[in-house]
Design a protein around this ligand. Structure first.
Ligand code: ATP
Length: 263
């Protein structure tokens, strides 16, 4: 099977900081991959390189079996992207914004508008569809970004914190959408800091730490000696070598309370 994505020893530095130190992995189509790691580990940098927004220093990247060429726009039409924090054009309505995005991806205005309206209706956004996005809640904006990433029926999705701001019911819908897309052969590569969701949804987890892949596999395969109930959160702490949570929290609250601290 031709991998949807494969990276071979990809490196990237900013100034004197080596952010990616030889990242390699290969992902088959029809897989949900949770891409996790501490803040600053290099997750977004990896995704931006794959999207052609940044150039790597070394190593090779293949998408759908073809070497990545950032100047090639064809492969970008096979990708859907939900950035962690996006500048949505606030002055537009969802109808206007999504029709525009659909056109950017090569759909006609009519097709883009009809598809956007259909998707918005299913996720409960129809009543707000003709209101300016400026007045949307965080969760409503997130739904607009999710719809925008899917209008052109991409084969490969990069979703960064896709559940940001969504209410509990909508989270369940979006989780099921991810699984349904995966079941129909789409590849989903998503970054999140919410470990229980990553553990629940991912067929495969890739943990990046200090610019190297520290673990790669299904949770049950990488969990090792970690207690299954403690789960991915515990594994994350172990693999990133961090066990000062309680001490840091206490120090923080001591400072907050200052002289008012009571024992
Ligand atoms: N354009 C840039 N110029 C300089 N340094 C950068 C740039 N982009 C990222 N970095 C640095 O590269 C490192 C990795 O950043 P990156 O955003 O990839 O981390 P991340 O794993 O996505 O983190 P988070 O979980 O906080 O989103 C950080 O130290 C960051 O400051």
């Amino acid at each position: 099977m031709t991998p949807a994505i494969s990276l071979d020893h990809v490196t990237k530095h900013f100034g004197n900081k080596q952010v990616l130190q030889g990242v390699s992995f290969s992902i088959d189509p029809g897989t949900i991959v949770g891409y996790i790691g501490p803040n600053g580990a290099g997750k977004s940098t990896t995704v931006k390189i794959i999207l052609g927004l940044l150039q790597q220093d070394g190593g090779t990247i293949n998408l759908f079996g073809t070497p990545l060429r950032p100047e090639d726009n064809d492969y970008k039409r096979r990708i859907g992207y939900v950035p962690e924090s996006a500048d949505v054009f606030d002055a537009l309505t969802a109808r206007e914004y999504l029709t525009l995005i659909g056109q950017v991806y090569g759909l006609s205005a009519d097709v883009a508008e009809a598809k956007a309206q259909g998707l918005a209706t299913v996720v409960g956004l129809a009543p707000a569809f003709d209101r300016r996005i400026a007045g949307y809640s965080k969760g409503m904006r997130q739904l607009v970004l999710i719809i925008a990433s899917l209008l052109h029926n991409p084969d490969l999705l990069f979703w960064d914190e896709p559940l940001n701001g969504l209410d509990a019911n909508t989270v369940l819908i979006v989780e099921e959408i991810l699984q349904e897309l995966r079941n129909r052969g789409k590849t989903i590569f998503y970054s999140s800091h919410i470990m229980d969701v990553v553990q629940k949804l991912s067929d495969r987890i890739i943990l990046l730490n200090d610019g190297v892949v520290a673990a790669d596999g299904a949770f049950k395969d990488i969990a090792g000696a970690v207690d299954a109930n403690a789960g991915l959160q515990e594994l994350f702490s172990q693999l990133t070598g961090f066990n000062e949570h309680g001490q840091r929290a206490k120090e923080f609250v001591d400072l907050v309370m200052g002289g008012d601290a009571h024992d």
